[in-house]
Design a protein around this ligand. Structure first.
Ligand code: GLN
Length: 257
């Protein structure tokens, strides 16, 4: 090959490689990421299955992302860091069996509700705690900053002067709280009903009290300023509820008893 031809070939190759890279870059830019923050210790809403994070929330989020033409990325973080991370824009949304409440509404916006949760009490079989009325004065395990924590602290965790009485013991997640109950470090655990059922099924000697504590709505949270995504997700969610997709996912993970 002549020298000029060689140089030409090299230039062409460089241009071609450049074009391929540019095209790839563009393609990546086109599929926007929907980054969902969750705490994957909350079966059947989100939990680990091998390396994957699966569950009701993960699957609903997958369908929402599909409808929005976005790529779903799930980040597993402490429940406590979901709202701050959503507020700062680190995550596009938070979806973690998260209950809508007044306090959280001051920091984030919520989508329409897609599921109902009930706070229940897990005890060891044969426990002296027979109903929610027996919980006062006992050690109560909760997950930090969940609604179970908030209600238990308000109802049973304070002295008359408003200081904490030490009866509510906070754990990083439900699994750790349940382990503390098994180890007799607490007398009961207050947590959402579906994770409660999963934990009771997975561990011998535990039972759920029949009296339900509080009923609540689960929804997805967004940064206050991100109303565009909130509206898009609500529109997608509406369709997925209307066509039965959401119910189908819930039924898959929560079979009728
Ligand atoms: N529903 C409860 C709350 O929002 C618990 C959620 C969770 O632990 N993932 O606080």
């Amino acid at each position: 090959m002549k020298k000029t031809v060689k140089i030409l070939a090299v230039i062409m190759a460089v241009v071609l490689i450049g074009a391929v890279f540019a095209a790839c870059g563009k393609k990546q830019e086109e599929t926007k990421k929907l980054v969902m923050a969750t705490n994957a210790e909350f079966p059947p809403y989100e939990y680990h299955d091998g390396n994957a994070i699966v569950g009701i929330d993960a699957e609903i989020a997958g369908l929402i992302a599909e409808k929005l033409g976005m790529e779903l990325v799930i980040e597993d973080v402490a429940f406590d860091s979901i709202i701050p991370g959503v507020q700062s824009g680190k995550y596009s949304m938070g979806m973690a069996g998260m209950t809508v409440n007044e306090d959280r509404l001051k920091s984030v916006n919520f989508s329409d509700s897609y599921a109902t949760g009930v706070q229940v009490v897990i005890v060891k079989e044969g426990s002296a705690i027979k109903s929610i009325d027996d919980v006062a004065g006992k050690k109560i395990g909760v997950q930090t900053n969940t609604t179970g924590d908030i209600y238990a602290t308000g109802d049973y965790g304070k002295n008359e002067d408003g200081t904490e009485n030490g009866n509510v013991v906070r754990y990083e997640n439900g699994a750790v709280a349940v382990q503390a109950l098994l180890d007799n470090k607490v007398d009961c655990v207050i947590i959402d009903n579906e994770p409660a059922k999963s934990y009771v099924k997975a561990n011998k000697g535990l039972t759920i009290l029949e009296t339900e504590y509080v009923t609540e709505d689960y929804a997805i949270c967004f940064a206050k300023e991100n109303t565009e995504l909130q509206e898009q997700v609500n529109a997608a969610l509406k369709e997925l509820i209307a066509d039965g997709s959401v119910q189908k996912i819930i039924d898959k993970y929560i079979p009728a008893e």
